[in-house]
Design a protein around this ligand. Sequence first.
Ligand SMILES: Cc1cc2nc3c(=O)[nH]c(=O)nc-3n(C[C@H](O)[C@H](O)[C@H](O)COP(=O)(O)O)c2cc1C
Length: 174
Amino acid sequence: MNLLDVIKKRCSIRQYTSTPVEPEKLNYLLEAVRMAPSAVNFQPWYFIVIREPEGCTRIRECYEREWFATAPMYIIACADLNQSWKRASDNKDHADIDVAIATEHLCLAATEQGLGTCWVCNFNVPKCKAYFNLPENIEPIALIPVGYPARPSLCEEAPKKRKPLQEIVKWETF
Ligand SMILES: Cc1cc2nc3c(=O)[nH]c(=O)nc-3n(C[C@H](O)[C@H](O)[C@H](O)COP(=O)(O)O)c2cc1C
C-alpha cells in the first residue's frame, strides 16, 4: 500500500475483536507517533497506553459507548501545555495541532498494520484527568481505541463522505 492507499483505507472503526494487539505492532505505532513533526520540535505530548483491565474499565467510563468497550486497548493522546509552542504574534497555543499530527500518524500506522482505530474527543475530560492522574498542565486531547476490526470490510460498508476538491481548494486567492 502506498501512502494514499493507507489514508483512504483508514476509517473510524467502531467494533473490535478481543484479540490483543501484538507488542511489536504497538511499538511500531508508537514509533510512528514519536517521529511526528511539532512546532519548534518541542514535542509537547504524552501517550498513555492502557491495556490492563482496571485502566480499560476506567477509560470506558470516560466514554460510555458499547462499541468503545469492545476495544482490547486504548491510547490517551495528551498535550503538555507547559511545553507547547505559543506564537508570539497572538499567543496561539500549538499543542492541539502537534498532538493531532502525532495521533493521526498513530491511526495511519495502525491501518497499515491491519489494525483499526477511532478518534474520540467527545469524552468526559475531568473523569479522564482524575482516573489517570493527569497533572494540571497535561490535557487529554483524544482517546484512541486500538484493535482488530470486527469485520475487515467495516470501512467499505460505510464509504467515505468527503467534500469534492473543487469545494475545498482555492487557487491563488480565496
Ligand atoms: C478530532 C476528532 C474527534 C472525533 N471524535 C469522535 C467521537 O468522540 N466519537 C466518535 O464516534 N467519533 C469521533 N470522531 C470520528 C469522526 O466522526 C470521523 O473521523 C468522521 O466521521 C469521518 O469518518 P472516517 O474516520 O470513517 O473517515 C472524531 C474525529 C476527529 C478527527
